[in-house]
Design a protein around this ligand. Structure first.
Ligand code: ADP
Ligand code: MG
Length: 400
């Protein structure tokens, strides 16, 4: 039988609602938050999830920083939030999810649901649904039985199971497949079942999706992601959506948690991440093309690239000491001008609504976007940066 991140069984010892903080405000089933697909108003199962100084290593004993998959995470996930956890492969996203769900015990630090320390509480007592990157289905069962499984396990009345399963199936376009054996289905359909099983339960604090659309056909991807988004808006259940794809993250989430090499480098709305990256990685990873990162130096408190002074939005209160200094400016905020920083144009490529101009600025390369109608000189030119969007970073962190 495949393993799942959510419980197959009722917990042997149920945490009492009063002291667990898992089921608050009401003890009655009818008071719980409805299944995601049902249209009941939000109920009461809820928790703020806090990760307190969480570090994790798979290596014993760890020799250096590179052996830590998570290097010190402090994060609060508010109840009802739509979060994306965004970062490149290997940055620690799955490890973080597994620590929240209890599949992995952190080497150091604590996991709290509301004020209750659950660090050592098993997965099946955390009331979490986790959907994995690859489908987890019971091949010998029908689609209906697969979807009903988490509910039957919890003794949900048959009529309610029927209603919930049909509701979820219709949302995922699986209605016509309900009587088929899961083994016969395509990878797409199997992953929809996995998603469905994450969505049917009413007794969860949070639904976590770990790159759930990896195996899904590109044109269905967009549709499923919009459905998850819509479901979140309807139910206000906490969702954490893991992805390495910035478009997925930015379209799904209200708040994006950006990870890089085992650390959280910024938590912000899509607009904040675009407008004010707090780490050069965020600037570079989000946006297309990403933020320009240009080595600079300070002279009498002013930033300079080569001999040219550059006005910045965040002049440092006191000079950063021995740190690597760069200026970050997005291509959207660089323009060709009659005077300014001297560049030589290397390449121009058409990106539809605008052109991407690549130029050499001293030792660095810089990109800017030129709208239709802007004439682009061949060879030598000047560029200007919009000072409100030009910032100084010391050792990759925004100077604040
Ligand atoms: P992501 O989900 O962002 O791709 P992971 O959390 O899977 O990242 O991995 C983070 C780091 O931990 C990587 O260096 C990975 O190789 C390592 N890692 C993950 N799982 C294990 C494991 N079970 N055993 C050893 N190393 C692991
Ligand atoms: Mg992963």
């Amino acid at each position: 039988m495949p393993t799942e991140g959510w419980s197959h069984h009722e917990p042997p010892v149920s945490l009492s609602p009063r002291n667990s903080g898992l089921v608050s405000r009401s003890d009655s089933r009818s008071g719980e938050r409805g299944p995601v697909a049902a249209s009941e108003p939000p109920g009461v199962l809820m928790a703020t999830i806090t990760l307190e100084n969480v570090r994790h290593t798979y290596v014993a004993p760890p020799r250096g920083p590179e052996d830590w998959a998570l290097k010190g995470i402090d994060l609060v996930w508010s109840d009802g939030g739509a979060y994306a956890l965004l970062g490149p492969s290997g940055c620690g996203k799955t490890t973080l999810l597994n620590i929240i769900s209890g599949l992995v015990r952190p080497t150091e630090g604590r996991v709290l649901f509301d004020d209750v320390d659950l660090t050592d509480v098993p997965t099946d007592q955390r009331h979490i649904a986790q959907v994995f990157q690859f489908p987890v289905v019971y091949d010998t069962m029908t689609v209906y039985a697969n979807l009903a499984f988490p509910l039957r396990n919890r003794g949900v009345p048959p009529a309610e199971i029927e209603r919930t399963v049909r509701d979820i199936a219709s949302m995922l376009d699986l209605e016509t497949e309900l009587d088929r054996r899961a083994a016969r289905l395509t990878a797409d359909a199997k992953q929809k079942i996995s998603l469905g099983r994450g969505l049917v339960r009413s007794d969860v604090n949070v639904i976590m999706f770990d790159e759930p659309l990896t195996v899904i056909d590109p044109h269905v991807k967009w549709q499923l992601r919009s459905k998850l988004r819509e479901l979140h808006q309807r139910t206000r259940r906490t969702m954490i959506y893991v992805t390495h794809d910035q478009t997925e993250a930015l379209t799904f989430a209200d708040k994006v948690v950006v990870m890089h090499e085992g650390r959280v480098v910024q938590v912000g709305s899509p607009v904040e991440l675009f407008e004010r990256p707090r780490h050069t990685f965020v600037g570079h990873f989000i946006g297309s093309p990403g933020m320009n990162v240009l080595p600079c130096r300070l002279q009498n408190g002013a930033a300079h690239i080569g001999a040219e002074r550059v006005e910045i939005e965040n002049p440092p209160g006191r000079p950063p000491d021995g740190q690597r200094l760069v200026i970050g400016v997005r291509p959207e905020f660089v323009t060709l001008a009659q005077e300014g920083l001297p560049v030589s144009i290397v390449r121009v490529s058409d990106a539809g609504r605008y052109r991407i101009v690549e130029a050499r600025l001293g030792e660095s390369r810089i990109k800017l976007l030129a709208e239709d109608g802007v004439s682009i000189p061949a060879g030598g030119a000047f560029v200007r940066f919009n000072p409100a969007h030009t910032r100084l970073y010391a050792d990759d962190r925004l100077v604040e």
